[in-house]
Design a protein around this ligand. Structure first.
Ligand SMILES: [Zn+2]
Length: 205
């Protein structure tokens, strides 16, 4: 038999989530709050399992668990709205995701930057070149919750063998980041030229 810790370590080694109830179906929710609850936002009555935990607090004698008033779906919609509002909010979210990945997945590069430091790097880049991706030249967007938007901004490590650290960060669009992970600038340049030359004026999307 695996011990609980053993299972977590095994999942961690495989690069998988180490959350105990990754789909939110923690039976403790039913025990503490009943089977269903009405969402304060959409007004629908839903299974308590569709509501996320809120951070707990401690009294002298016990740990008090809390659950959110909005259902998971409304919460996600609200978060997407909140973190898409400005580039700074969007970067805050991306940094949270990076740190989470770092904790839960194996082989992720460490994040050695605070939000403040990251924003300082962002502002320097914006001052020099605006919201234009330094690699592809397209205008970068910051829209969450609308699928895989390739113009969205991403936090890129200039050198992939180094951490998320000072001197190694730039903001590029997701497409540029994806391509960069696979190929060098030289290969990208040559192949983009090939495709552009070959399709040329006949290209129809
Ligand atoms: Zn709701």
């Amino acid at each position: 038999m695996w011990s609980k810790k053993g299972i977590y370590n095994k999942l961690n080694r495989e690069g998988k989530s180490i959350r105990k109830y990754p789909y939110g179906d923690d039976p403790l929710k039913i025990k503490l709050f009943g089977k269903t609850r009405e969402c304060s936002k959409c007004g629908k009555r839903k299974s308590i399992l569709r509501f996320h935990w809120k951070s707990f607090y401690r009294t002298k004698t016990q740990k008090v668990r809390r659950i959110q008033a909005q259902c998971g779906e409304c919460r996600v919609k609200y978060d997407n709205y909140k973190y898409s509002k400005t580039p700074e909010a969007y970067i805050r979210r991306r940094l949270m995701n990076l740190k989470q990945d770092c904790r839960s997945k194996r082989g992720r590069k460490k994040v050695l930057l605070t939000y403040k430091q990251l924003i300082a790097i962002y502002k320097r880049q914006i001052k020099r070149r605006g919201l234009i991706c330094p690699l592809s030249g397209v205008k970068m967007t910051h829209t969450l919750g609308k699928g895989d938007i390739l113009t969205n901004m991403s936090i890129d490590r200039k050198r992939s063998d180094k951490y998320y650290e000072k001197g190694n960060i730039q903001f590029v669009c997701i497409m540029a980041n994806k391509m960069k992970n696979l190929y060098t600038n030289k290969i990208l340049y040559d192949w983009s030229k090939n495709v552009a030359r070959n399709l040329g004026k006949n290209y129809r999307s």
